[in-house]
Design a protein around this ligand. Structure first.
Ligand SMILES: [Fe+2]
Ligand SMILES: [Fe+2]
Length: 297
C-alpha cells in the first residue's frame, strides 16, 4: 500500500517554518544520538549500538572465494569490471561510496566550529551531523568485517580532491547548501537501492543479509533525517536549484564509482531522487527518524 502521509522533500516552506523546524530537529538529534563525544568524533548511543553489533558478530556461511579480488580493487579498480563477481563488486562499491563520505567529513570536521564555539543552533546541528557521519563510516567498516574483510584501510583521496573537500564547508551558505542537500538525498537514494541489492546478492547468506540490513538501517535512518535537515537550510530559489542539480550530481558522482553502473540502475536512482517524498520508507525507520513539518500531509 502506498502511503500518502508525506509530501515532496522539495515542498515550499516559509522562513518561520524553517526556523521552527531547526528547533524541532535540534530536539530530535540530541535524543537520537545521545551525548556528543567530540574527542572521538562519536555519539554515545551510536557507539553502544555499534558495540552491540561487534559483540554479536555474524559470519558468512561460505567465506568469500577470493578476498584478494576485493583488496586488489577496493581503492582503485585494477581488474576488468566484468571479470568480478557481484559480491566483490558490491563490497568494493560500498567502500568507495563510504570513502567519499569519509573524506568529505574529515575535511569539514576541522573547519566547522566545535561545540564549545557553536553559538547558532545551525552550527550545533552541523557539529552533531558530522559526528553522525563518522559513525556511518564505522558502520560501513563493520559491514565489510562481517563479510570477513578485516584488513580494510581508509585511504585518503589524492591531494587535489582532498583540498576541494576541505574548501567546501567554508563556502557561503547560498553556494554550499544546495549541493549539501542533494548529497544527502543521493545518500538515501543509494542506500534504498543497496538494501534491495542485499536480497539479491546475499540470497544464500540469510544471516549476513539480515545483519547488513540492520547496519545499513542505522545509517539510512540518520540520512533520512539529514535530508530534511539540509533541506531546511534552503529558501525557494535554492529549492529550484536543488531539484535541477539532482540529475547532474548523481550522474557525475556515480560515474566515479564504476561498480555502481554495473550493479544499480542510475536512471532509476535519479528518478527516485527527484520524486523523493518519504512515503516509500518503512514505518519503523520513520519512527526513529525526522521529517520537516512542511513535508507532512
Ligand atoms: Fe552518512
Ligand atoms: Fe548524512
Amino acid at each position: 500500500m502506498v502511503s500518502t502521509k508525506y509530501l515532496s522533500v522539495f515542498s515550499p516552506a516559509t522562513e518561520q517554518q524553517r526556523k521552527e523546524n531547526f528547533d524541532s530537529y535540534w530536539e530530535f538529534t540530541q535524543q537520537h544520538g545521545g551525548e556528543l563525544l567530540e574527542q572521538d568524533k562519536d555519539l554515545a548511543k551510536k557507539r553502544d549500538r555499534l558495540k552491540h553489533f561487534q559483540d554479536n558478530p555474524v559470519k558468512l556461511r561460505k567465506p568469500l572465494a577470493d578476498p584478494e579480488a576485493f583488496y586488489r580493487n577496493y581503492v582503485d579498480m585494477q581488474d576488468d569490471l566484468k571479470s568480478l563477481d557481484r559480491m566483490t563488486l558490491m563490497l568494493t562499491g560500498i567502500y568507495k561510496f563510504a570513502r567519499h563520505e569519509w573524506v568529505g567529513i574529515k575535511g569539514a570536521w576541522d573547519v566547522v566550529p566545535d561545540m564549545a564555539n557553536s553559538h547558532a543552533l545551525e552550527d550545533k546541528i552541523s557539529r552533531v551531523h558530522l559526528a553522525e557521519e563518522f559513525c556511518h563510516v564505522r558502520l560501513f567498516d563493520e559491514m565489510l568485517k562481517t563479510c570477513g574483510l578485516d584488513k580494510v584501510e581508509w585511504v585518503p583521496l589524492g591531494p587535489v580532491k582532498e583540498k576541494i573537500y576541505e574548501q567546501f564547508p567554508k563556502l557561503p551558505g547560498f553556494l554550499m547548501d544546495t549541493p549539501a542537500f542533494v548529497t544527502e538525498l543521493m545518500g538515501v537514494t543509494f542506500y534504498c537501492h543497496l538494501y534491495r541489492l542485499f536480497d539479491d546478492v546475499l540470497a544464500d547468506e540469510p544471516e549476513v543479509c539480515a545483519r547488513l540490513k540492520e547496519l545499513l538501517d542505522e545509517i539510512t535512518i540518520d540520512e533520512v533525517a539529514h535530508v530534511g535537515q539540509r533541506r531546511n537550510f534552503i529558501g525557494p530559489i535554492g529549492m529550484k536549484v536543488s531539484k535541477a542539480l539532482v540529475k547532474p550530481f548523481y550522474t557525475l558522482f556515480f560515474k566515479d564509482i564504476p561498480e555502481v553502473g554495473q550493479l544499480f540502475n542510475v536512471e532509476q536512482m535519479i528518478k527516485d531522487g527527484i520524486a523523493f517524498d518519504f512515503n516509500d520508507l518503512p514505518e519503523y525507520m520513520l519512527d526513529r527518524s525526522w521529517v520537516p513539518s512542511y513535508c507532512k500531509a
